[in-house]
Design a protein around this ligand. Structure first.
Ligand code: NAP
Length: 333
């Protein structure tokens, strides 16, 4: 059946300014790292994407190697674009990336101009797009001169193949240098994509200060720590979970007793707040406006619904925040 987006899709989603740019991003964005390859039924993918857009999620994040196999998430997204989104392209912010292993040989990894420019052309073909909104260098490459990597990003913007560019997983110093190098070429850096959640707080140690100073937005990826920061693993590993279904990046041994004990205590605070654990986690992630958007994944449309409900009220009581800090440090009673 033809897809008709919900007419009220913009009524409830907060849109936050991405650094000092003109671009607004939804407070929650959807990533296609998992659940959009050849393991997941096409109809499930479609239902997740439709639900997201119907709830005001205008930003979909991809990368060249999301799958499995590599490229498959972009290929599937291209098919979804043709069927559902071709008349809504202007309402979407679509991103992709290159920087990790993609194809064999010396030109399918890291940060050379050869890799980034070739990879973006291939991504556009797979997604049936003329341009992406944001193109990222997916990780720092200490062996390629930063001038070469940033020169490729600069040219990608000038060619119109991406409207904006960003970086991912660069440390604070690498970020400062990359931003300055790109700015000298006349192109602003829009955004940093950083892993940030209650268990991984490294961005608080310098990175967010640099982003504030330089005027970049920050999109926090894996805010639910692959699903560990929800209530789903409290009674073991459910058969339908990522750890059971697709453990490429979430090995069951990452779900340690110590982490689950912390989630159990955090979940008590969430219950007191009248939130689910996932909702409290997302409200915590978005508590500092330097975080433009929390970049979630979802295996079912219902998860998107639950997560978007978080945005009705993002207030976090300072006492709860202090208690959460104690639990995370392992000092809570
Ligand atoms: N730049 C980078 O290097 C990088 C790296 C990783 C990710 N990313 C980006 O970040 C995106 C999100 O990463 P992620 O998938 O790890 O994010 P996440 O939000 O931490 O985890 C998503 C998973 O949590 C579970 N989940 C979501 N909502 C739930 C709810 N309400 N209740 C219970 N479980 C829930 C689902 O797993 P189940 O399958 O268990 O249901 C879902 O697939 C990626 O798609 C990608 O775009 C970027």
């Amino acid at each position: 059946m033809d897809y008709r987006p919900a007419p009220d899709r913009y009524d409830r989603m907060p849109y936050r300014r991405c650094g000092r740019s003109g671009l607004l991003l939804p407070a929650l964005s959807l990533g296609l790292w998992h659940n959009f390859g050849d393991i997941t039924p096409f109809s499930t993918q479609r239902d997740i994407l439709r639900k997201a857009f119907d709830l005001g999620i205008t930003h979909f994040d991809l990368a060249n190697n999301y799958g499995p196999p590599y490229g498959e998430a972009e290929r599937n997204f291209g098919l979804h674009m043709d069927r559902d989104w071709h008349t809504h392209r202007h309402e979407l912010v679509i991103s992709t990336k290159a920087g990790h292993d993609m194809w064999p040989g010396p030109y399918g990894d890291h940060g050379s101009r050869k890799y980034l420019m070739t990879s973006l052309d291939m991504s556009l073909k797979r997604m049936h797009l003329d341009y992406v909104d944001i193109f990222y260098h997916h990780r720092p490459d200490p062996d390629t001169p930063i001038e070469e990597t940033m020169g490729a990003l600069d040219q990608i913007v000038r060619s119109g193949k991406a409207l904006y560019v960003g970086i991912s997983k660069y440390d604070p110093e690498q970020t400062r240098i990359a931003v300055k190098t790109l700015r000298q070429m006349g192109t602003p850096m829009l955004i940093h994509q950083a892993r940030y959640n209650m268990f991984v707080r490294a961005p608080e140690e310098g990175l967010t200060d640099v982003l504030k100073e330089e005027g970049l937005g920050c999109i926090a990826f894996s805010p639910l720590c692959n699903g560990i920061l929800t209530d789903k693993y409290l009674e073991g590993i459910p058969a339908s979970s990522r750890a059971a279904q697709d453990p490429r990046y979430l090995k069951p041994d990452a779900i340690t007793a110590g982490r689950i004990d912390k989630v159990r205590r955090l979940n008590e605070i969430a219950k007191r707040q009248g939130r689910t654990m996932a909702q409290m986690t997302l409200a915590w992630t978005l508590r500092d406006p330097v975080i433009t958007s929390a970049l979630i994944g979802a295996s079912r449309p219902e998860q998107v619904e639950e997560n978007v409900r978080t945005l009705q009220d993002l207030t976090m009581d300072p006492e709860d925040l202090a208690q959460i800090d104690l639990i995370l440090k392992g000092d809570a009673l």
